[in-house]
Design a binder for this molecule. Structure first.
Ligand SMILES: *[C@@H]1O[C@H](CO)[C@@H](O)[C@H](O)[C@H]1NC(C)=O
Ligand SMILES: *[C@@H]1O[C@H](CO)[C@@H](O)[C@H](O)[C@H]1NC(C)=O
Ligand SMILES: *[C@@H]1O[C@H](CO)[C@@H](O)[C@H](O)[C@H]1NC(C)=O
Ligand SMILES: *[C@@H]1O[C@H](CO)[C@@H](O)[C@H](O)[C@H]1NC(C)=O
Ligand SMILES: *[C@@H]1O[C@H](CO)[C@@H](O)[C@H](O)[C@H]1NC(C)=O
Length: 820
């Protein structure tokens, strides 16, 4: 029976083991996770080294997985991401995507699969992506889009990018279902086969970008066909990576010309003189309004006069950026293009190593309203030539941008533009202006002036009062005292301001940027001086987080009024030290720091209250009495010592002058005066004498009422009375316990009895009323002790026993005398 069972298990094990092995190697078991998500649930997991899609919170709205090493997207990788709006897998090594991998992404609007290893595209990926608006499939090694039609379910698609070096074929129906796009980008530098009409069904089409390097060089007919399918008058055509050398290479543009193209951009273009002429010829009479060229390599010498018969009267904007002129020294000039220059209103030649535009050329720009010569090599001298020595040649010019050149003199530039009677915008930023003359003359129309990124240290009346927008950021300014009544926008970031400029200088200011200065703080009064300020950017300063500033920031600023347009996190405390690096908006200051007066008064009040409470408590616990006692004791001890010394010198005999000092409460005075004193001080007859024939004399008592020296301190009086008496008689009663002085006396006697033997004497206790040890309050521990150790005499309630009492008392008083 054992054998078959074993076999059975072995079999089962073999059956299951590959399965387990698979489970273990399944990335799901060990899926790494990424939690780089910000508050807006946008998760940035790029450059994370992931080889599989990591686990990310289901609530993520956007997920960036670009530049990882992800090779595969499995069916389960994106489960639960129903809310995801944007997913980027750009720059991975993605080769396999499970057909239903993207099915959970119902809300996806943007999907980027560019720069991967997808050799074939599958329509199944996109089946459920009904919300997709933007799809990027660029630069994957697929050679065709495949069938059935890839994108037919993407009814909301508005921006589509596809193609790459491997794309060889585009057929009719490839883009079936895509009918309307804002932007279409096709990288088809190596396209071999194009079926006419493949891109023709898309309309309206806002902007189309085509990389058609190969077709333009080798298959002009195919390039024509492509252009023919996507060109509409309202479509902005962008052509990339072209090499236009000679008549043939330009011919495909005829298709665009036929379809009345209005706006062409040529990007990453190499072109020679001949091609430029042919280009102008091809576009002869076409209502082209804008020609933009970016990254142009010009091979030639500018001999374009052959095109001078062409008509380009709708030519409005000419934009050249990043130009390399290979034969720069042989280059003649733009003069040959005179026939062209009279039309455009807008000309930009940016980053083209232009060091001068001759006045003759400028004179040809008759319609020019906008001239941008930024990032070139203009100097004060060549600008003078360009602007025809300030004669106001460009009479319609409204905007002049000479940012990023080598200009140095502000008075020069102001003189050159003063006659441009329509000039409103002047951008002279990123030049070498280091000082401002005391006065300059500007056109009265000037509204916008940008002198940022210079080295200005002071402001003068050179700045015109007509300005509405002034940019002085990234200079070395530290104060601004100049009335600019029309100013709406002032930019002062990157300077050295310690405080905000005074607001009443700018009654119309609405926007102020003053980031990255050395501002310590600003307050309500600072902002109130600005009557119209709406938006302020003042982050990245060295804020001193005082209570005033923090309160102001957290209540006033966040509560409305002036709007902070930069991020609140850029307002960081620089001091005090313990707050350094914390965001001003989140700092919590303690009451001690913020309301010292209040704090001190409250804490004093509390202290007073506590003191009062403690006093009451002490009073309740009789602490004062104890204190008084201790002090009196100390004094008593000292004076006892003094007296003892005195007595040692004088001899002790005559000092003992009383038989007993009677300590009693004032309330028991009647008993003492009516019973005790007459009984003991008056001479007795009969039995007394017979019992004690040797001592017939009456006893002498010391009573504080009678025998205390007036004018002495009462404690001293008590002490000397005790000293001068042989015994101390305590008349105990409720009243005695209540009386302070009696307690003193008791205590002193106790001190005599136990501490000061030399001064010592015996105490006799008389209980006037029945008083048990327990009736005496606990704090009179000495009295309690005394009652325990000394025998006491009780004043009898019955009349007949008084005789016996007096006898005992007399005996007690005389007892020691006999012993002596
Ligand atoms: C991807 O993997 C390759 C080798 O497998 C490695 O060289 C590369 O650094 C990895 N890239 C990233 C972003 O981790
Ligand atoms: C520019 O175009 C050339 C072909 O004319 C191409 O080889 C090169 O890669 C392109 N450069 C860029 C930056 O696209
Ligand atoms: C360019 O070639 C076309 C035909 O291919 C021809 O009609 C035209 O005259 C040529 N233009 C120039 C300037 O050579
Ligand atoms: C001038 O050119 C610079 C650099 O190209 C640009 O940043 C700036 O916005 C331009 N100024 C105007 C007024 O267009
Ligand atoms: C002023 O010029 C700088 C540098 O060219 C630019 O960055 C800035 O945006 C310009 N300022 C305004 C207000 O346009």
């Amino acid at each position: 029976m054992g054998q078959p069972t074993n076999l059975y298990f072995t079999f089962l094990f073999l059956l299951l083991s590959p399965c387990w092995g698979h489970q273990r190697s399944n990335p799901d078991g060990e899926r790494s996770s990424c939690d780089h998500c910000d508050l807006r649930l946008s998760c940035n997991c790029s450059y994370g080294g992931f080889t599989h899609i990591p686990v990310v919170t289901d609530r993520a709205l956007s997920l960036d997985l670009s530049f990882n090493n992800i090779t595969v997207v499995t069916a389960d990788d994106l489960k639960g991401h129903r809310g995801l709006r944007a997913l980027s897998l750009h720059g991975n090594r993605l080769a396999v995507i499970h057909p239903s991998a993207f099915d959970p992404l119902w809300s996806l609007e943007e999907l980027d699969l560019s720069d991967n290893q997808l050799t074939a595209l599958s329509h199944k990926w996109f089946r459920k992506l009904g919300a997709l608006q933007e799809l990027n499939l660029l630069n994957n090694p697929y050679s065709c889009l495949g069938s059935p039609p890839l994108l037919q379910s993407l009814v909301w698609l508005r921006r589509l990018k596809f193609g790459g070096p491997a794309l060889e074929e585009l057929k009719r129906g490839d883009l079936f279902g895509v009918t309307q796009l804002e932007e279409l980008t096709v990288h088809a530098n190596n396209l071999m086969r194009y079926e006419s009409g493949a891109l023709a069904d898309i309309w309206p089409l806002g902007r189309v970008t085509l990389s058609l390097h190969g077709p333009f060089l080798t298959n002009a007919a195919m390039a024509s066909a492509v252009l023919n399918d996507v060109t509409y008058p309202e479509t902005h055509i962008v052509l990339e990576d072209l090499q236009l050398f000679g008549n043939q290479s330009v011919q495909p543009l005829k298709a665009a010309a036929r379809r009345r193209v209005r706006c062409i951009t040529l990007r990453n273009l190499s072109v020679n003189d001949e091609a430029i002429v042919d280009f102008l010829v091809v576009l002869d009479g076409v209502p082209l309004t804008s020609l933009l060229m970016d990254n142009v390599t010009l091979i030639g010498t500018g001999r374009w006069e052959k095109a001078s018969m062409t008509n380009h009267d709708s030519f409005d904007e000419f934009h050249l950026q990043n130009i390399v002129v290979l034969n720069v020294f042989k280059f003649v000039s733009f003069l040959q293009l005179g026939f062209l220059l009279k039309y455009p209103r807008k000309v930009s030649v940016i980053n083209g190593k232009v060091f001068v535009m001759p006045c003759d050329t400028s004179s040809l720009l008759k319609n020019l309203q906008y001239l941008d010569l930024s990032d070139n090599l203009l100097t004060d001298l060549t600008l003078e030539e360009t602007l025809c020595h300030g004669r106001g040649t460009l009479k319609d010019l409204r905007v002049l941008n000479v940012s990023g050149n080598a200009l140095k003199s502000l008075s020069m530039v102001s003189r050159l533009v003063v006659k441009l009677s329509k000039l409103t915008h002047l951008d002279i930023s990123r030049n070498g202006y280091s000082s401002m003359p005391q006065g300059c003359s500007w056109p009265s129309t000037l509204r916008f002036l940008n002198i940022s990124r210079a080295q200005l240290t002071t402001i003068t009346f050179c700045l015109p009062a007509t300005l509405e927008v002034l940019d002085l950021s990234n200079n070395d300014l530290n104060q601004f005292i100049l009335l600019l009544p029309a100013l709406r926008e002032l930019h002062l970031s990157g300077n050295k301001f310690l405080r905000l400029p005074i607001g009443w200088l700018f009654p119309n200011l609405q926007t102020l940027t003053i980031q990255s200065n050395t501002l310590n703080m600003f307050g309500r009064s600072d902002l109130q001086s600005y009557k119209r300020l709406r938006s302020l950017q003042a982050g990245q300063n060295k804020f001193v987080c005082s209570c005033d500033f923090v309160n102001f920031f957290q209540s006033d600023i966040k509560g409305g009024g002036v709007h902070l347009t930069d991020r609140e996190e850029s307002y960081i405390c620089d001091s005090p030290l313990h707050l350094q690096g914390e965001a001003v908006g989140r700092v919590r200051l303690s009451v001690v720091e913020c309301h010292p007066v209040l704090f001190v008064s409250v804490s004093c009040g509390v202290a007073l209250l506590v003191a009062i409470l403690v006093c009451v408590l002490l009073w309740r616990l009789h602490a004062f009495w104890y204190l008084k006692m201790t002090w009196a004791w100390l004094r008593a001890k000292r004076s006892c010592r003094r007296r003892r010394r005195h007595r040692d010198r004088a001899g002790s005999e005559e000092l003992l002058c009383f038989d007993a000092f009677v300590s009693y409460s004032e309330r028991d005075a009647s008993w003492v005066e009516n019973f005790l004193v007459p009984e003991l001080e008056e001479p007795r007859d009969s039995d007394e004498d017979s019992v004690n024939p040797r001592n017939p004399r009456p006893l002498t008592l010391c009573l504080h009422k009678r025998d205390f020296l007036p004018g002495h301190w009462i404690v001293d009086n008590i002490m000397s009375a005790m000293e001068r008496s042989r015994r101390t008689v305590f008349v105990l009663s409720e009243n005695f316990v209540q009386s302070d002085w009696c307690r003193y006396e008791l205590d002193f006697s106790h001190f005599w009895l136990f501490d000061g033997n030399a001064c010592g004497d015996a105490a006799i206790l008389i209980l006037l009323e029945p008083l048990s040890k327990d009736d005496i309050p606990k704090r009179f521990c000495k009295l309690r002790k005394l009652m325990g150790s000394t025998t006491y005499l009780e004043w009898p309630q019955e009349e007949e026993r008084t005789g016996e009492f007096w006898r005992s008392l007399r005996n007690a008083l005389r007892g020691e005398e006999e012993a002596d």
